[in-house]
Design a protein. Structure first.
Length: 163
């Protein structure tokens, strides 16, 4: 499940990987691509597609690792605090970089602490109801919710996420 508006950002180490001078022995070990969300969600699917296209550039291996939890901050924190040797990169939701550091004590706070590399995906959250639902506009839905406290259920990926 995607936890916030995923505007994928390849971080810190990917930039380092591209900036490392050409060396015959790079990479000397497998490269790790971290996604801060569960397997099967949008961020995971996108990173796995990117990684698949990159595999031939990394003969020692390229592994996608899911570090889900805390609305994506567990994975984002691991990426940002990884050794800047070009062997670790990942995909992170903008909310993990912009919103959550303002709400939570994280090992990163501003772009001075990481290097966003590329905007990879744009995702727009939306409100969806059954086709036969009585509401045809957001205003009708909000009015019904206010008139019937506790009777309507909505889902959210949580505080500090883009949604």
């Amino acid at each position: 499940m995607v936890r916030s508006g995923v505007v994928g950002v390849l971080l810190l180490s990917m930039l380092c990987a591209l900036a490392v001078p050409a060396q015959a022995d790079y990479p000397d070990r497998p490269v790790t691509a971290i996604v801060g969300f569960p397997a099967g969600g949008l961020a995971d699917v996108v990173l796995r597609a990117v990684a698949e296209g990159m595999k031939k550039k990394f003969p020692k291996g390229l592994a996608v690792v899911n570090r889900s939890g805390a609305g994506g901050t567990i994975g984002a924190s691991e990426i940002v605090t990884s050794k800047p040797d070009g062997n670790t990169f990942g995909i992170v939701a903008v909310a993990n970089l912009v919103i959550q550091p303002q709400l939570t004590d994280l090992p990163y706070r501003t772009p001075d602490d990481y290097v966003p590399f590329i905007g990879l995906v744009s995702w727009s959250p939306l409100l969806a109801v059954r086709q036969d639902a009585p509401w045809k506009t957001v205003q009708e839905f909000v009015t019904a919710a206010r008139a019937n406290p506790g009777k309507l259920r909505v889902a959210s990926p949580g505080e500090g996420t883009g949604s």
